[in-house]
Design a protein around this ligand. Structure first.
Ligand code: S3P
Length: 181
């Protein structure tokens, strides 16, 4: 890991439905860190839901808001940051997160993701006639960006608690390595 990095926070990246929020909350409690979610911060700061922002202002505006939130978080400490699924498609966001956080990507197959999100309606990008096809297409497109995370964890057959344990382990490992270097 690069010497200029100061790992004070943990960032969870990955596709919708990979468990970033549920795992993030468990990890935050275990490490006594504060849990924050970039989508929730955008909603609070703009006074609109993500669905409203997409519908009224469009995706490019949402992506600008995401970038603003990521830069605001760079000065904070002891955070578990759950990020929106498309956030790392902007390379500036990943670069910024890596200066202060260990970036862990949660991964799952398209079929598993579809099983987890099919009953939910708050994700504008999945409001299409063929959501499973869209998930597959987006996973292909986003795969290279997700693989730039520091750590990749498959969540398929694991419970959120098991994934959280892995995440905490990786975080402690990264901090130990850093303090030895
Ligand atoms: C998005 C994922 C959503 C939210 C927005 C766009 C994406 O977050 O940021 O709907 O581009 O994949 P979750 O991953 O938390 O669902």
């Amino acid at each position: 890991m690069n010497d200029t990095r100061h790992i004070q926070n943990l960032a969870l990246v990955g596709f919708m439905g990979t468990g970033k929020s549920s795992v993030g909350r468990i990890v935050a409690e275990a490490m006594q860190f504060e849990f924050v979610d970039t989508d929730a911060i955008i909603e609070a700061q703009s006074g609109r839901t993500i669905t409203e922002i997409f519908a009224q202002a469009g995706e490019p505006v949402f992506r600008q808001l995401e970038e603003q939130v990521v830069s605001q978080l760079a000065t904070r400490q002891k955070l578990v940051i759950s990020t929106g699924g498309g956030l790392v498609m902007n390379p500036c966001n990943l670069t910024s997160l890596k200066t202060h956080a260990l970036v862990v990507c949660l991964w799952a197959s398209a079929e598993t993701i579809w099983e987890r999100v099919r009953t939910q309606s708050h994700r504008p990008l999945l409001q299409t006639p063929d959501p499973l096809g869209k998930i597959k297409q987006m996973l292909d497109q986003r795969g290279p960006a997700y693989r730039k995370a520091d750590v990749l964890i498959h969540t398929g057959l694991r419970s959120p608690r098991e994934v959280a344990l892995q995440v905490v382990h990786q975080f402690n490992l990264a901090r130990k390595k850093k303090s030895r270097s």
